[in-house]
Design a protein around this ligand. Sequence first.
Ligand code: PNS
Length: 183
Amino acid sequence: MAKSKKGEDKDMGKVAIYPGSFDPITYGHIDVVERALEIFDKVIVAIAVNEEKRPLFSVEERLHMVKAFFKDTPKVIVDSFKGLLVDYVAKTNAIVILRGLRATSDFEYEFHMASMNRSLDTHLDTLFMMTSKDYFFVSSRTIKEVARLGGAVEGLVPDLVVRRLREKFKLPVTKKKHIRWDD
Ligand code: PNS
């Protein structure tokens, strides 16, 4: 495929890569992808295979959930990668790494990661998007904890993810409501 000097692919346009564990994907992640599609022609959601972490969902399960959600969005490519992110990015047409920022607490981790990636590849930038206010408290970690303890995660993750979480934690497949302050 032909590439311009700036790394913009003539066939695919501007491509961003959105790496993460996505264990599981949440509406916070989806919000970042959807807003990025206003800026980029394609977004590659790249699921990291990290042998040191013990994810709840296998990489195949995570790929399936993300692909199912974006099945009607051809501008989103879903893939997985092993090893260094910069090496994976080099094999794609991406011009930038995309990451979501929920709160200042994310900043230090993200700053270190972006700086390390830039030191490994001096041409590679990381672009941060603030998560929308509706999802700033949502993380894969808290979703797993709440689901494991039987709490409601509907509306925070896609329905398929809700079902998969219930299967993993062997919970009944009934729909639960969020507990409201005035209940
Ligand atoms: O969703 P996460 O767990 O915060 O995502 C972190 C991820 C997967 C983006 C990061 O751990 C990563 O890029 N891993 C690949 C290995 C790598 O390149 N590490 C050096 C960057 S510090």
